[in-house]
Design a binder for this molecule. Structure first.
Ligand code: NAD
Length: 740
């Protein structure tokens, strides 16, 4: 037995400690399941074993779920499933089937089984717990339980969809599983997912006490007369739940997520069957889900790619790892204050600089309010909050920069000002003991890095470190290489981004870099539609139906209309005669001139009531463009959907052609973490790969004929289409990914 240690106590309770060797967190590997099966068999046959307690030997928690790497990496392929009607030997099926079989063996071993959850239990970890007869959870600050499979395009396939439903009722279980919700200890207790919450360290004893005193070896659903809370689908109340859930899920997911649909089917059908048949139904739908392009792309992006980029897979090899201890942030405005906060959160000392002490202190006050919020939500202890704030030194004195490992410049978006502060800051940065090793990063969103680098005394140490707003929430950081940026500087910038627990993508210097370059066309396409007479509500409804977090007009309000107008006018200036005006841009400029700046002042495309509550369309919009198309048809919605998604995707393809970005993983992760690109697709280039390059080119040609050259496919796409290539096939860095 490799993954479990067992120990029989004087009362005949077998303590099974889950501890996968060589890993910081337990996951269910093939070996772990084999061990668990052996344990279940021992419980069944060994008369000395009166009951069992399963716990974990890891300080990080109980178990994070099934081992996806193994599950999808071929370890399971040899297993066949006799009940699979097509005789498919799919790895996922084998794993899910085995997991279900083993958990069921444990559940029906005839001895009481309690689980002592010493922290996080997610996915297959919670599914195991649900197969135990009694669940004890500790109240540790990081403890949580949940079935988050939906977030990677799957649904619980280790019995979770059937057991949770039977335990807490269809409505609550469907809500939890379709959102991938995780529960803190007291919520897990009140939801009825666990039986008991105890202080850290007392889980095992509490579990043993239950075995000694009550120790019931029969699962609720195996008892005669067991009634599912709220009723099953054959119960009138139960049927109602499914009708409502169906409508709700359709509204939320717009049919983009086969996992949600299959979850519903598995639960609906499963509830009408005895438990052993129900888990077979679950397995079948699980495999069906696993085979969908959405699940494959989501697993790749949300699981593998994010993990690899989160470990710095884009970091140049051969540069020694660095550990920045002090950063100087120039500009204590919205971005600068956010950057100071996330840096201090990672234990980095921050010199927060602004024009005068009052402005610098205002930036620190912003950090104070973030800290307050985190403390009030129980996300940060008072001590951690104080330690974080103590690390931030607000000042207007540039000499304090000396000794920093890096500067992050976030002053107003103005080239002359940025050049001036770069010179002033470097005069301090490149002195003293960090003179040789320090680097300079700029958070500009539009000015070319190589242009700003001209003001630097050493362009090889100059780089773009582009955060997204709000900095404390947005996980992506775009790192932009200037023409002269060295590998060493790039590596240091990545080390800093990883230290503050963000995900870096590395891009080359070009107008708007990568994320904004692809995102802005989404909003511009919204303007095109508006000017063509589509009703704003229609545009935004279909916009959301694509899977984007908001429709294009709502999104413009969120970003701020004045900022977009400024970006448009600067683009026009920079492009000169080549600039093609966007219909509607003049109207938006007029809205800004009339004081409609977007959500930030409560007035944009929508009116936002001061007291909160729902926004409503600004009636004045129809004076600018009278809506002539107000009713949606499936064809119309499909046309808008394509326009809104494809305009972004074709821009991403151009970024590959121009070498702005070169790794499909970075393009996909960047699209999702940077601007909320439709998550169901697995990201922007996964979308193209799933459509197929040839079909995508064909559809782009049609859109170009109808709507103009902005949809024209770049030569790269035509070449790829001719060769039948995908982005992951042509640009995939599988070796680097494996090594990472
Ligand atoms: P902001 O106006 O909120 O803050 C700018 C700050 O710079 C102000 O506090 C100002 O007092 C300070 N400043 C001006 N001159 C200075 C000087 N000489 N020395 C020190 N500080 C000085 O702007 P912001 O939204 O935080 O943007 C800052 C930078 O970040 C810009 O380059 C912007 O393009 C970029 N950016 C913004 C966003 C966004 O969503 N707002 C996103 C990514 C990047």
């Amino acid at each position: 037995m490799e993954c479990f240690k067992t120990e029989l106590d004087a009362d005949g309770i077998l303590l099974c400690t889950f501890d996968v060797p060589g890993k910081t967190m337990n996951t269910f590997t093939k070996q772990a399941l084999a061990d668990l099966l052996a344990i279940a068999e021992r419980a069944k046959t060994d008369a000395e074993v009166k009951g069992m307690v399963i716990t974990s030997g890891k300080t990080t928690g109980f178990c994070a779920g099934a081992d996806l790497e193994e599950m999808l990496g071929g370890a399971w392929e040899a297993k066949s499933d006799p009940s699979d009607p097509e005789g498919a030997l799919k790895a996922g099926f084998a794993a899910a089937f085995e997991m279900n079989r083993v958990y069921r063996q444990l559940e029906t071993c005839g001895k009481p089984v309690a689980v002592a959850l010493n922290g996080l239990a997610l996915g297959g970890g919670l599914e195991l717990a649900l197969a135990c007869h009694y669940r004890v959870l500790n109240d540790g600050p990081k403890t949580q339980v949940g079935l988050p499979e939906i977030k990677i395009g799957l649904f619980p396939g280790g019995g979770g969809s059937q057991r949770l439903t039977r335990l807490i009722g269809a409505q609550a279980a469907l809500m939890a599983m379709s959102e991938g919700k995780s529960f803190k200890p007291k919520d897990a207790l009140s939801a009825g997912i666990v039986h008991e919450v105890v202080p850290v360290g007392q889980e095992v004893e509490a579990a043993k006490t239950w075995i000694r005193t009550k120790g019931d070896p029969v699962a609720l659903w195996d008892k005669k007369d067991y009634k599912i809370p709220g009723g099953g689908p054959y119960h009138p109340a139960g049927a109602q739940i499914f009708i409502m859930a169906n409508a709700l899920l359709r509204k939320q997911s717009y049919g983009n997520y086969p996992a949600v649909v299959n979850l519903m089917r598995a639960v609906y059908e499963g509830l009408q069957l005895p438990f052993d048949s129900a888990i077979k139904v679950e397995s079948r739908y699980f495999v069906n889900t696993l085979q969908t392009p959405q699940a494959k792309a989501m697993i790749r992006t949300f699981f593998f790619s994010m993990q690899q980029l989160g470990k710095g897979s884009g970091r140049p090899a051969g540069v020694e790892k660095t550990d920045p201890k002090q950063v100087a942030v120039l500009g204590a405005g919205m971005m600068g204050a956010g950057i100071a906060y996330v840096s201090a959160q990672a234990g980095i000392r921050v010199i927060l600089i602004d024009r005068d002490d009052a402005a610098a202190s205002k930036g620190k006050s912003h950090c104070e309010s973030l800290v307050k919020k985190a403390v009030s939500r129980g996300k940060m202890t008072q001590e951690k909050a104080q330690a974080l704030l103590d690390l931030i030194v607000p000042t207007s004195d540039y000499t304090q920069i000396a000794g920093s490992d890096l500067v992050v410049e976030a002053v107003f978006e103005n080239t002359e000002l940025k050049e001036k502060v770069t010179k002033d800051a470097e005069a301090q940065l490149y002195t003293g003991d960090k003179a040789e090793t320090a680097i300079f990063g700029t958070n500009t969103s539009t000015i070319p890095i190589s242009l700003l680098a001209k003001a630097s005394v050493d362009a090889s140490k100059f780089i773009g470190i582009h955060f997204f707003s709000p900095v404390d929430k947005m996980m992506l950081v775009e790192i932009i290489r200037g023409k002269e940026t060295s590998d060493e500087t790039l590596a240091k910038a990545i080390d800093y981004v990883l230290k503050i627990r963000k995900t870096p993508i590395v891009v080359n210097d070009a107008r708007f870099f990568y994320a904004n370059r692809c995102f802005i066309p989404f909003t511009a396409e919204g303007l095109h539609l508006w000017a063509e007479g589509y009703a704003p509500a229609l545009i935004d409804n279909v916009g959301r139906a694509t899977g984007m977090p908001r429709g294009p007009l709502e999104m413009m309000d969120d970003v701020a209309l004045d900022l977009l107008v400024k970006i448009t006018s600067e683009t026009a200036k920079a492009m000169g005669d080549a600039y093609v005006p966007i219909p509607g841009e003049k109207e938006v400029a007029q809205m800004v001139a009339d004081g409609r700046l977007g959500r930030k002042n409560g007035k944009g495309f929508y009116d936002y009531p001061e007291a909160g509550g729902n926004k409503s369309l600004w009636p004045g919009l129809s004076d600018k463009f009278a809506p002539t198309i107000t009713d949606s048809t499936p064809e119309l919605a499909e046309d808008i959907r394509k326009r809104l998604l494809y305009i972004q995707a074709v821009t991403a393809a151009r970024c590959f052609e121009e070498g702005v970005i070169s790794d499909p993983r970075e393009a996909d992760v960047g699209s999702i973490l940077g601007w909320g690109f439709a998550p169901w697709s697995g990201g922007i280039v996964s979308l193209i790969d799933a459509i197929g390059t040839a079909k995508f080119v064909e559809e782009l040609d049609e859109l170009t004929a109808k709507y103009g050259d902005r949809f024209a496919p770049p030569q790269l796409l035509r070449d790829m289409a001719a060769k039948g290539e995908t982005f992951y096939g042509r640009f995939g860095k599988t070796d680097a990914a494996k090594a990472a």
